[in-house]
Design a binder for this molecule. Structure first.
Ligand code: F6P
Length: 371
């Protein structure tokens, strides 16, 4: 049995639909067992800056359907935090704030970075941690699915559907850039669901000649439009072979404001690809980059259900005194996985994955000759 009397809960990394549903699931599940809940604002930054609010049942009512995270989020890491322009290790301060607020277990809702940061806090200070797998990228290890993925895939699929009708009317090729960091789950899932003709993912470096041949063949077969779903991390064979491939993958397509207010614009993956196709083939190409639209709005019913199940399971684990684990999905079940098996591992699409076989079977071009 657990001796936990108070948990802290935070949401870290990029937001996604379902975070509020998960906060609600965890909070309701532990509150009903007489355990107190403290909400920590803006991820690990709020933990270091001691910005916390007590959460009661009324505070988590009515948030199931809301997008974003009402606790706020940030990409800050306790061991490498920007404090007034200086990067500092704030681990000791984070641990001290947990103690001062009588928090015996920290629940972290986040993606790969968050799993690592939770693990680091546990290793450094012995604090009990429980994590939930959140990200639209679906790239967290040891779980079949992350929450937020279904909502983002729904948005991306709807976008591809809409691009189809306009591409058909104008006989164009439209390149649609989909998020996913260094994994192709979102592009492949939405690409198949939306019927994209070409799907390019980071796991399969593409050959531009194969893509061009596929587009030409479609024209010859009187299909006068084509949709290309490209993951933001997808790279051509040449780019993959280049020594700077890793750093470029991270920066591709991002528009950011630097701390001194400069706008940093990198040409999106999709624009470069479109330019190459138009110049080589003469076919009219247009580009749509879905960007943060994919992370906005209300979670789908599938994500609401998943978040509630994961939250309830977290509450059960805490009440039973099981810590230092991530709540994962395996088949029909929510299970607990030791955190050290998750932290630091990115789950990319395995070559033999059924989604890849499915795409190949129906003649979708993946930019390479795959049997
Ligand atoms: O990890 C989620 C994600 O949306 C990725 O798909 C994307 O590469 C990244 O976050 C964008 O990050 P930011 O919110 O910092 O622009």
């Amino acid at each position: 049995m657990s001796t936990t009397r108070c948990i802290g809960i935070l949401t870290a990394g990029g937001d996604c639909p379902g975070l509020n549903a998960a906060i609600r699931g965890v909070a309701k599940s532990v509150l009903s067992r007489g355990i107190k809940v403290i909400g920590i604002q803006d991820g690990f930054r709020g933990l270091v800056e001691n910005r916390m609010v007590a959460l009661e049942d009324k505070d988590v009512s009515g948030i199931l359907t809301h997008g974003g995270t009402y606790l706020g989020s940030s990409r800050d890491k306790p061991h490498k935090m920007n404090m007034g322009g200086k990067t500092m290790d704030m681990t000791a301060v984070a641990l001290d704030n947990l103690k001062r607020n009588h928090i015996d277990c920290l629940v972290c809702l986040g993606g790969n970075g968050t799993q690592k940061n939770a693990m680091r806090l546990h290793t450094a200070g012995g604090i009990d941690v429980v994590t939930l797998p959140k990200t639209i990228d679906n790239d967290v290890a040891e779980t079949d699915i992350t929450f937020g993925f279904d909502s983002a895939m729904t948005i991306a699929t709807e976008a591809i559907d809409r691009l189809h009708t306009t591409a058909t009317s104008h006989h164009r090729v439209i390149v649609c850039e989909v998020m996913g960091h260094s994994a192709g789950w979102l592009a492949l899932g939405a690409g198949i669901a939306g019927g994209a003709d070409v799907i390019l993912i980071p796991e399969i470096p593409y050959d531009i000649e194969i893509v061009l041949r596929h587009l030409r063949e479609r024209r010859q077969n009187h299909k006068r439009f084509s949709i290309i779903a490209v993951a933001e991390g997808a790279c051509s064979k040449e780019e993959t072979a280049a020594p700077s491939a890793k750093s470029r993958k991270k920066k591709d397509g991002q528009v950011r404001m630097t701390t001194d207010g400069q706008l940093l614009v990198q040409e999106p993956k999709a624009s470069r690809l479109a330019r190459e196709i138009q110049q080589t083939s003469g076919i009219e190409v247009r580009v749509t980059s879905l960007g943060h639209v994919q992370r906005g709005g209300s979670p789908t019913p599938t994500d609401r259900l998943l978040c509630t199940r994961l939250g309830a399971k977290a509450g059960e684990a805490i009440a039973a005194g099981n810590f230092n684990l991530m709540i994962a999905v395996r088949g029909e079940e929510c299970v607990t996985i030791p955190l050290e098996r998750v932290a630091g591992i990115t789950k990319c699409i395995p070559p033999e994955h059924q989604w890849i076989q499915t795409a190949v079977s129906i003649g979708t071009c993946l930019g390479d000759t795959i049997k």
